[in-house]
Design a protein around this ligand. Sequence first.
Ligand code: GLC
Length: 628
Amino acid sequence: MSSRSRSPLDVSLDVLAELPPLRREVFEARLARWLPDLREAVEPLYDDAETVVCRLLSLAASAYAAREDELHRLDLRRSLEPDWFQRPDVIGYAAYADRFAGTLAGVAERTDYLKELGVGYLHLMPLLLPRPNPNDGGYAVQDYHSVRPDLGTMEDLRKLTRRLREEGISLCLDLVLNHVAREHEWARRARAGEQRYRDYFLVFPGLEMPDAYERTLPEVFPHFSPGNFTWDDELEGWVWTTFNDYQWDVNWANPDVLCEYADIIFDLANHGVEVLRLDAIAFIWKRLGTSCQNQPEVHDLTQALHALTRIACPAMVFKAEAIVGPQDLLAYLGEGRHHGKVSDLAYHNSLMVQIWSMLASQDAVLGSRALQELPPPPSTTSWITYARCHDDIGWAVSDEDASAVGLDGSAHRRFLSDFYSGEFPGSWARGLVFQENEATGDRRISGSLASLAGLEIGDPDAVRRILLAHAIIFGFGGLPVIWMGDELGLLNDPEWDSVPEHAEDNRWAHRPRMPWPVPADTHRIQRGVRALVRARSTLPHLHASVSAEVLGPRDPSVFLVARRHPLGPMLGAYNMKAEPRHVPLEVLHTVGLDPARVVDHLTGSAPVVRDDAVQLPPYAAAWLVERS
Ligand code: GLC
């Protein structure tokens, strides 16, 4: 065929001509399947959408051609088991590589620990080269194509992914897509006056536009970094900085930015990274007069990137880090035309917040209402269920949910901040107030799971609360992720502020170092967590393709979650109170469980039934299913 008659799309795929026929056909088959999704996503975003599609596909084809055989095999395996992250025998673990094991090679040496715990997914916190401190715990990336030198090299990353894969563990890394460090090459070249790179950012000559945006923008770090714009002398302009002043928001309305990130994604995929945590994804599209979060274009961009990975490296999975209110959360797993086409995983921030709210109030009414309002996610996706992570807890309790159960939203959020900072009379929690916002009264909370649950002050119910929180995240259905150290009941790190560059940021209180060798299990937390992992792995009802259905509580202190699996129903019952409570047998009937055949999968025995109700000891969990 003469080059004149070849379409721009054909030209963009030229690199495929060098591949063996079968490999080329595989790419073409995937292209036929996913090109419509890619076009549909890019179309509304850019003027010359087809040119952008061709540029993206050219990058995808090159990445595909460079992908090593072992990863092509992984692509095949993953397309045969696309539900690997939904299965009940997979749990996740999240840690800083250095705090867990020193270096990437050190992490590889600790795979036995992870395997033994039942981990099938490991999220290592930011490890690509950040700017020198301060760098927001690595979330200010200077180079996405190299690893922090104290942790290793890109080659070490490749070795680590191989080692983990041998053990059945998928590696998840952060992809910071809202911003780059002021020292990143794009920012450096923008500062040096290159217009091409200035257009990668949102730069304004005067304050007129920034002020107009500020009218509706919230502040993420009102203490460290008030406002959303930073003056830069070299740029001679105000640059958009949602987070810290050294984290420059990139301009996703510029198609060059989309192409750059596609290239980064392919590079990480070809190093064997299997999951990308799309950091701060809610913020990537800006619109005047809005909070500049959760804009519809965010989901188009994700769909475009997702379709590209399906074509070039389908073993890759996306996890949305959208810590947003319940009404905006589901869109990250795909709503409407994006259904099943965006992220595969998303943090269940509402569940995490409600676990803490239920524990503090010893009441499940608000939590049940808030979680009942959330529609089920697409059956091919999964929530990340978690009780703690490396960040603070923001009290994402909506005013509507609060008033629907007779509470005042702001009073309840105030109560939670008072409770978890330990100020509330009788509180067992020992958290720290993070980023108090005087204007809104908002006070977020830092603290390790164990310190927030009362272990720091030796509260007699602390261990029960720790295990109850784990039972909820393991029994909800989704991919539960343990934050490093929670499985040991690690307390807040009393030395957290001794590192000068951390002293301003008390989130480091709950980012401890792993105390090898693993300490003795004095409180029996390790034993309890492992028992839950084991119980979960043998309960098919927990496959995430079936969604959790939160029931209205009959007893206000008992959180009830039904799962209607084709194999039979399951009822999770969680007593949030320090007193014995119960579940009326009528609830079992409602979900289709025959009380005569019911067994608590957590104990392996029939539950205690008295007065027509299943009895639950203080802070107990029960996973009720029918005996098979
Ligand atoms: C995410 C990270 C958080 C970081 C922020 C900015 O929310 O979890 O730690 O500060 O993004 O990158």
